[in-house]
Design a binder for this molecule. Structure first.
Ligand code: CUA
Length: 351
């Protein structure tokens, strides 16, 4: 009797624990709002609990169902525990019979957990079926290749090659064929779909669909080296007309620059060796190691979501990419002031 905790003691113990747990929630919310990375497109927080597509909505529903079920079971167990701790002392003299004890073990420890697990397995299988939705054909296919630490994006049907930014028409199912150029990456757009691994020498596929226009963050969800955390991308879901206009623009090679500064910039691009790694359609630059730069000025970020795409940031990126993304394969340039100026001007025309 003397060993049983008093109500006061229990409260003294549980109150600080609850406070710590709740402050954890606040800290997480705060963490989500500390944007170390830019939010150039005012894309929302990449939360799987703010679904904007049918697949993510299925997963969000399942998540909440598990959460509320888990909470209800937790509260029921706690209520039982507290009842056992505080039930009236006079009831103590009557111990449970062996039959009663066995019943508690069989129902509470066997039948009930099995029923809950089977229910969750059933719901998960049904959700997976809905997510796969083989009944609906994908409108077109996008090839996505993971590189340390950026994403190449190809639209074979539209003759487009770009990087770190995927445009899709809203309300359309679009197939993603994933692969990797080096190590295993994982392609994840929390608001649209679950993760899928990108493996070297293998293609994995799934379909994404956005139910609302918007800009959604995607990220690499498999540790893949130094800059795994800065291997982000954007998915821009837009109306069919906007998508068509974008696709038309993106599939065009660049025209020879007319103004002298841009011409000079193109020359710097060739002479400084940028062409060895980067491609610009319509020029002699056909490099395959780094992101395609044909329409680099139209993109919202630089360095796979590391920086907002502005002339100032581009200048810093070209001059010293390692201070922004240590370990990145792009070498620092040794351009003179005027050369850098001309190069930036030229790249700025590639929209
Ligand atoms: Cu690619 Cu992590």
């Amino acid at each position: 009797m003397a060993d049983l905790p008093s109500r006061k003691k229990l409260i003294t113990f549980t109150a600080p624990v609850c406070a710590v747990l709740l402050s954890g929630c606040a800290a997480l919310t705060e963490l989500a709002s500390i944007e170390a990375l830019p939010d150039p497109a005012r894309a929302g927080a990449p939360s799987a609990l703010e679904a904007r597509g049918p697949a993510a909505a299925q997963m969000e529903w399942l998540w909440w169902f598990m959460f509320w079920l888990g909470l209800a079971i937790f509260l029921a167990v706690m209520a039982y525990l507290f009842w056992a701790l505080f039930r009236r002392r006079q009831e103590e003299g009557v111990p449970l019979t062996q039959r009663q004890e066995e019943r508690i073990v069989i129902w509470g420890g066997g039948v009930f957990p099995t029923a809950v697990i089977l229910l969750l397995v059933g719901l998960t299988i049904s959700a997976l079926g809905t997510i796969a939705n083989p009944a609906r054909q994908a409108a077109f296919t996008i090839m996505v290749t993971g590189y340390q630490w950026w994403w190449e994006v190809d639209y074979p049907d539209h003759d487009i090659r770009t990087a770190n930014e995927i445009h899709i028409p809203v309300g359309e199912k679009v197939q993603i064929n994933l692969t990797s150029n080096d190590v295993i990456h994982s392609f994840w757009i929390p608001q649209l779909h679950g993760k899928l691994d990108a493996n070297p020498d293998r293609i994995t596929s799934f379909s994404i669909e956005a139910s609302e226009p918007g800009v959604y963050w995607g990220e690499c969800a498999e540790f893949c080296g130094d800059q795994h955390a800065k291997m982000r991308f954007l998915v821009v879901a837009e109306t069919a007309d906007e998508f068509e206009a974008w696709a038309n623009r993106m599939s065009r090679p660049i025209e020879a620059p007319e103004d002298p500064l841009a011409q000079e910039g193109l020359q710097v691009f060739m002479d400084a060796g940028c062409l060895a790694c980067h491609r610009i359609a319509g020029t002699n630059a056909t490099g395959q190691l780094g992101p395609d730069l044909t329409h680099v000025a139209s993109r919202r970020t630089l360095g796979a979501g590391a920086l907002e795409n502005s002339i100032g940031n581009l200048s810093g990126w070209i001059s010293d990419p390692h201070s922004i993304k240590p370990g990145v394969y792009m070498p620092a340039s040794e351009l003179s002031g005027p050369e850098l100026q001309a190069l930036l001007h030229f790249l700025g025309t590639l929209d």
